[in-house]
Structure formats: C-alpha cells, structure tokens
Design a protein. Structure first.
Length: 576
C-alpha cells in the first residue's frame, strides 16, 4: 500500500522487477523490501526448519529478508535498491555447492584525522564538529542515506518540498547539510566488518575494500530493537516498529492495511500515529507499561520542563490515535500470532507484574502486519572488540559503555556516543556526538574556540536537559523487562538457526554454563545476526541456571566479520 507524507511526492521513474518470474511494479525510490511489501509479497527466505521468513528489522541486522538477486544469494532486501529488470527469488535454506568466481575488490587505505562510524544524530554531530575545528573527517555509513534510524530521510528519487516536511525530517536535513558544508568526506553503503585496533579497521562496499587508519575514532553505530519471542513471532508480516517506520518515512509504503503495534516505549506511539495519518487501520496499540500513576505524573512534569516540544509531540500522537478510535491497551502485549504462511491474526493479553500473560484476558485482532517495539540494544560489537569497558544495566537488560559525558571510552583515542554506548534517545545522542567531535579535535591539538566553543557549550546544556527528559520518560514507560515470559517450549528463540526455547533450556540443563558453550551445544547465536537477537534470552537463562549475574562478558564474544561478508572481501587481493 503506497502512502503519502506531507512534502514528499513520488516523482521517481517506475520500474519493473521480477519475483520468481512474476512481474512486480515498483517505484525507483523502493528497496526490494518495500517493493515486495507493496506488492503483498511477505516471504523473503526459507529458514532451516522450512518456515518462511520476511522483513523484520529493516536495517540490515537480522538477515531475515535475505533474497537472491540476479543469481547472487544473501542480498538483504531492506538495503538493496530496486533496478529495472532485476530478478528476485526467495533465499533457500541451503544452496548446492558450486564453484563461483571470487570477485577481487580494489583495496583503498584512508588515514583521516577522525573516523566516525554511523551517520545518525550522534555521528553526524560528531563529524560536523570535528570538521569545523579544521580536521580531516571521514564519516562511514552502512546505509545509502545519511540520517540513521531517527533522522531517516526520503529516498533520493522522491521530489521533496522541504517547507512541508515535518520537524523530524527537517532537523535531520539541517544536520546533514552542516556535515556537507564542513567538508566531511562521506562513504555510504560501506560496512565496517573488522576492528583490530583503534587505528586499524576494515570495511567493504559494493566495489571496493577499505583499510581505515584514523588518528581518532568515534563509534556512533546506533542500536537495534530488542527481540521478545512469542508463538508465531517469526511469521512474515511481523516486523519491528523501526522497520515499519523506515517503510513509511523513507519509501512511502505501509507495512500493511490492518496493523497491530505492540511493545514498550514512545516509538510505538509515534509509529502508530504515523500509520494512522498514512491511512492505515491500526487495530490496537498494546503497551506493556501500566497506566501512568502519581510517580509518572511527576516524571511528566519533569519532562515538560526539560523538553516541552517533545511532550507536545507525544500529546499529538495520542490525540491522533484517539481521533481514529485506536484502542490503547496498557499492561498488555501480543502473546501469539497466527496465520500459517504469514500473519493473519494477533492475540494480545494483559500482563501481570512479572510480564506473564494473565489467563482469560486474551483478545484477537485480524491483521496483515504486526509491528513490535520492545526497546533497544546497543550495536556495540565494534566497541567491545576494541576492549572498551561496559557495564550491564539490569533495568534495561542492556550493556552500556563506561565513558564520560563526551563519550570518551576506556580505550585511548576511542569515543562511543549515541545509542551505541547506551540507550538515551536522539537528542542526548546528538549532544554527546558534538561533545565527542570537539574532544577528539582538542586531542589532536585543534582549536575549539569562538562560535564552535559556544556550540559545544550549548551541546553540554542540551545533554543535561535531555538526560533529565529521558529519566522522566523511563518512569512513564516503566514496565517489566520481557525476556522469555511470553514464549513456549516450541517457540523459536534463535531466529537464524530456528533453535527453540526448549532446545536452549535443555542445553542449559545439560551443563552449558555460558553463552559460548550453549552456542556449541545448540547452534543458537551461530546465524547471520551473530546472536544479536537471541543474546538477551541466552544470557538470562544461563544466569538463572548457574546463579550468576549478567555482565559484559556473559554474551557471545564479538568477532570479525561482525556481519556476513563475501569471501572476496575477506581474502587478500589475488588469493584464491
């Protein structure tokens, strides 16, 4: 279903691709994922258990949308732009072995003063600030467009009337222009797959390999959405709220026509409102948090003092849902999805104080898409590989890097900012990014004075004010941390390898006393996402069985390649 946002017109040329021989009309602004979604094609790959899988994370993390494009397997539909005449087929669970030519990529070495990884709010602010101090700055972004998940921008092929865009689009575009004016060198569509020292990182794009040797490194790789398994959660049509938001805001495609949104936190409220404004029927918003009590009211007042515009936005989202008569169900979550080959029904239930479904409270909705947002986990594999110290936050169930207000880590010459260092929201990320860029510049002897010093001072004030806002937000949306409460023994827990909760529990009972031992016993964590989505469940079960506490070493060890790459990327030039 095509949608339209204010200020965005689809002036892109129409193209035709072929999915299993069937012609599919698409916009030149589409990715393969958005084109297939608009055409009602949900399944992308076949899992090892024979089930179909579809678009899930929408940001190149999970690998569930892998497809075969023009006979090249393993292409991620969410990151692959459409081309006229391209041939797309579902990715099979296994391919027959065959000799294929290994493409040798040109290798280029770059030695910037400052390397910034990630072009969301934190990375853009860090890059702009360091470049404005006179340094040579290289900004590397895995996606085709700058802006990250928060400031995601319309596809280039769209015709944009900037004056009619909403504030979030405009703020992102202003920050991107600042980066461009500062003379930052930008590489898009480039994935860092190895980090062996702060001044030795390896990356790859479509047509070349990169050796990156910066004098200072700023990691701003963002976060991905936490997975909470429940029966049926791997059905095609079930995706994260971030994936749905990307479809709507970047490609102007709705995830479905009847959508349930479930999870915890303000992003779900925004996405539900965006879907309503786009003409989608949101059947319900199931929020894990309870109705706000007196403590939440006090927190709301603190939020109002810290960021009144964000509070106003939140009230606007709630008003949009109220006008559309969308049921907002508190202390509630999706507990089961049904439909056979793709999602067709979603069952929600009230939750008790420990996050378990209360018997007799189930409600069923007919849907063709479900959007899940149960919070976020930092994309910290690069920081962890380099040895940056982390601490485990039991309240959020996530690691946070040990760093100063400017993101300076325990490793000399490395800053970690934004959600990569700990989940704190886009405005805190942007403020800390500016502080990190200034600190890296000062470290290299650059002058940070005049107007730039004033901007850095403003960033520090914004950091403090928005950290207070985030503290209030955490109180308003306080909820039980969901891990395995909604899953059953036969529920898939590791999506990549189709390992069930029961198999993981049996591995733990059989003596697997660490995440690594459990991986060897069950293959959980061995798939394309490299354990990003099953880590919280695995570490939780191991800790509960062994009586230990979760810490920075409890999960799977990050190691290169951080994400799947072709052998031609890893091999030395000329090697066979």
């Amino acid at each position: 279903m095509r949608v339209r946002s204010d200020g965005i017109e689809d002036g892109a040329p129409q193209v035709e691709l072929h999915h299993e021989g069937r012609p599919v009309a698409a916009s030149g602004a589409d990715t393969v994922a958005s084109a297939l979604t608009d055409a009602g094609i949900r399944a992308c790959r076949t899992a090892v258990d024979g089930s179909a899988r579809g678009l899930f994370c929408g940001m190149g993390v999970c690998g569930e949308c892998a497809v075969v494009v023009d006979d090249r397997p393993g292409r991620l539909a969410c990151l692959t732009p459409v081309r006229e005449g391209m041939r797309v087929a579902p990715q099979p669970a296994a391919r027959p072995l065959a000799e294929e030519a290994v493409e040798e990529l040109e290798e280029v070495e770059l030695r910037p003063d400052v390397l910034v990884l990630g072009a969301g709010p934190a990375g853009l602010a860090a890059a702009a600030t360091a470049a404005e101090a006179g340094l040579r700055v290289l900004l590397v972004e895995e996606r085709a467009k700058l802006g990250g998940q928060y400031y995601k921008q319309p596809a280039t092929a769209f015709t944009v009337d900037e004056g009619s865009l909403d504030g979030q689009y405009r703020q992102g575009r202003a920050l991107i222009r600042r980066v461009q004016r500062a003379g930052v060198e930008v590489l898009t569509g480039v994935r860092v797959w190895g980090a062996f020292a702060p001044d030795h990182l390896l990356a790859a794009g479509e047509d070349r390999r990169w050796v990156l040797r910066p004098r200072r490194l700023v990691i701003a790789t963002g976060a991905f959405e936490r997975a909470v398994p429940f029966p049926g959660w791997t059905l095609p049509g079930i995706m994260t709220t971030g994936a749905a938001q990307t479809l709507v805001r970047a490609q102007q495609v709705a995830p479905g026509t009847r959508v349930l949104v479930s999870g915890n936190g303000p992003l779900n409220l925004q996405v539900a409102a965006d879907l309503v404004r786009a003409g989608v029927t949101v059947v319900a918003l199931a929020e894990v948090a309870a109705l706000p009590g007196p403590r939440a009211v006090r927190a709301g007042l603190r939020m109002l003092r810290s960021a009144p515009d964000l509070v106003r936005d939140g009230i606007g989202y709630a008003a949009t849902l109220a006008r559309a008569r969308v049921p907002v169900l508190t202390s509630t979550a999706i507990v089961r999805a049904e439909g056979g080959d793709e999602v067709r029904r979603a069952v929600v239930a009230r939750l008790d104080g420990e996050g378990r479904a209360v018997p007799g409270t189930e409600r069923t909705f007919e849907v063709d898409a479900v959007c899940l947002g149960f919070g976020f986990l930092p994309s910290n594999e690069i920081a962890r590989s380099l040895g940056c110290r982390h601490r485990y936050d039991a309240g959020t169930g996530a690691l946070a890097v040990e760093c100063g207000p400017d993101g300076r880590s325990s490793v000399d010459g490395v800053w970690v900012v934004g959600d990569a260092g700990g989940i704190a929201g886009a405005r805190v990320a942007e403020a800390r990014g500016a502080l990190a860029g200034a600190a890296a510049a000062a470290d290299l002897g650059a002058a940070v004075g005049g107007g730039l010093a004033e901007a850095v001072g403003q960033a520090e004030r914004l950091r403090r004010r928005n950290e207070a806002f985030q503290s209030g937000l955490a109180t308003v949306f306080r909820a039980p941390l969901l891990v395995d409460q909604l899953a059953e023994a036969d529920t898939t827990a590791c999506r990549c390898e189709s390992v069930t909760l029961g198999e993981i529990a049996a591995g733990v009972a059989g003596g697997a006393g660490s995440a690594g031992a459990l991986k060897r016993a069950t293959r959980a964590g061995m798939g394309r996402c490299q354990g990003r989505y099953c880590t919280p469940l695995v570490t939780h079960l191991v800790a509960r069985s062994t009586g230990t506490t979760v810490d920075e070493y409890a999960g799977f060890a990050p190691q290169a390649p951080f994400k799947p790459v072709e052998i031609g990327v890893v091999a030395e030039p000329g090697a066979r």
